[in-house]
Design a protein around this ligand. Structure first.
Ligand SMILES: Cc1ncc(COP(=O)(O)O)c(C=O)c1O
Length: 383
């Protein structure tokens, strides 16, 4: 139940990595062109599968770096504050790293987070952020707002935000919009292109099961392609035109799509792990997985209904949450998760009072949900 932290290892991953280890042993540097799947264009093997999993066009996505690094790279392009327009709006209790990244971007550009960082939280006494409040706050910020950056699923509450509505509200005041999909990629049918957002970034070690510290993914909306240097960016040779990359000329000529944001030649062993996992997603299809994720959390919610000492924090409506249920625990959440661990259940707690259960749809069975619910009921009573 901790796939929102680290997903399980696909059975095919070991062989996928071994294939590349063998290619390296056999071919050395020539593996870039002579390996069974040559390393030079290896990252392109991910592209159609990544695009399908998040609902984007292939040239809008690329696998690269890690999540926080990518948020910074994308903010380098899409957070261009001016004296009048410098605010970034985030959801309150956003993931710490996102907040640090946003705050550091604000400071980096010489602005003050006290006036440039806008956090929208729940109404007093509530646990979830009201969608209308989020949109009206965007409107209130108006011409001061440069960027909206929210998790499409909040890591703590599991709340799912309305990406299209947020995007429309932000664009209507002239701000850019990015989403952190860490808790949505691989369990929701995101239809990313259709949201109209400017960019998105996600990690692949949670629901995408690509392993600890896995190579992450980014999305850059098509309308920002073919703009070359008119979109400022941090550049590296892997983002340069593939035809002329090895001429090593001084002038950077960015690839037109998301690939133009790459910096370095990518880690093939990590890509091999991601590839083995994405192949499974591709066989099943994200639509079916998203339906199963909703059915799983619905079942867990039903099983835990009425358990004393557990209060549902996530939305009671499966359409308004990710593949995660968060509960407020009367008592110590760490004690509860320790007890659960001794019963064979790996849950994930956040101090001071939250326990989170995630149901990665690829490998969570309904019988697991029943077993977990029984263990939770017993453990909570014994607290
Ligand atoms: C929502 C969210 N943002 C950012 C991060 C940080 O990711 P990374 O360490 O890959 O940069 C995480 C990690 O769990 C996360 O859940």
């Amino acid at each position: 139940m901790a796939g929102n932290s680290l997903g399980l290892q696909p059975k095919s991953t070991r062989a996928a990595i071994e294939q590349e280890l063998e290619a390296w042993a056999r071919w050395g540097v020539e593996g870039h062109v002579k390996a069974k799947d040559p390393w030079m264009p290896y990252h392109e093997l991910m592209t159609p599968m990544l695009a399908r999993v998040v609902g984007a066009e292939p040239d809008e996505v690329v696998a690269m770096n890690s999540l926080t690094v990518n948020l910074h790279l994308l903010m380098a392009s899409f957070y261009r504050p001016t004296k009048d327009r410098h605010q970034i709006l985030i959801e309150a209790s956003s993931f710490s790293s996102d907040r640090y990244a946003v705050e550091s971007q604000i400071r980096f550009h010489g602005f003050d987070p006290a006036t440039s960082l806008i956090e929208v939280g729940p109404k007093p006494g509530e646990s979830l952020i009201n969608d209308d409040d989020l949109e009206s706050r965007i409107k209130i910020c108006g011409s001061k707002l440069a960027l909206v950056l929210v998790g499409n699923v909040n890591y703590l509450s599991g709340q799912k935000f309305k990406m299209k509505a947020i995007t429309q509200a932000a664009h209507s005041v002239g701000a850019n919009v990015g989403f952190d999909l860490a808790h949505g990629a691989g369990n929701l049918d995101l239809q990313l292109s259709q949201t109209g957002c400017d960019f998105a970034a996600w990690c692949s070690y949670k629901y995408l099961n690509a392993g600890p510290g896995a190579i992450a993914g980014v999305f850059v909306n098509k309308r920002h392609h073919h703009k070359g240097w008119t979109i400022p960016r941090f550049a590296g040779w892997w983002g340069h035109n593939k035809e002329t990359r090895f001429l090593m000329k001084p002038n950077f000529d960015p690839i037109d799509g998301a690939e133009g944001w790459q910096l370095s030649n990518p880690p093939i062993l990590q890509l091999a792990a991601l590839r083995s996992s994405l192949e499974i997603f591709d066989r099943v299809g994200i639509e079916r997985l998203a339906k199963k994720a909703a059915a799983l959390t619905r079942e867990l919610q039903a099983q835990l209904k009425g358990v004393k000492g557990l209060d549902l924090v996530s939305s009671p409506n499966a359409d308004q949450r990710g593949a995660q249920l968060s509960y407020r625990v009367a008592g110590s959440p760490s004690q509860l998760s320790q007890r659960l661990y001794s019963e064979g259940v790996m849950a994930d707690h956040r101090e001071p009072d939250i326990i989170r259960f995630s149901c990665p749809p690829l490998y969570t069975r309904f019988v697991d949900v029943f077993d977990v619910a029984q263990a939770v009921r017993q453990s909570v009573e014994a607290l």
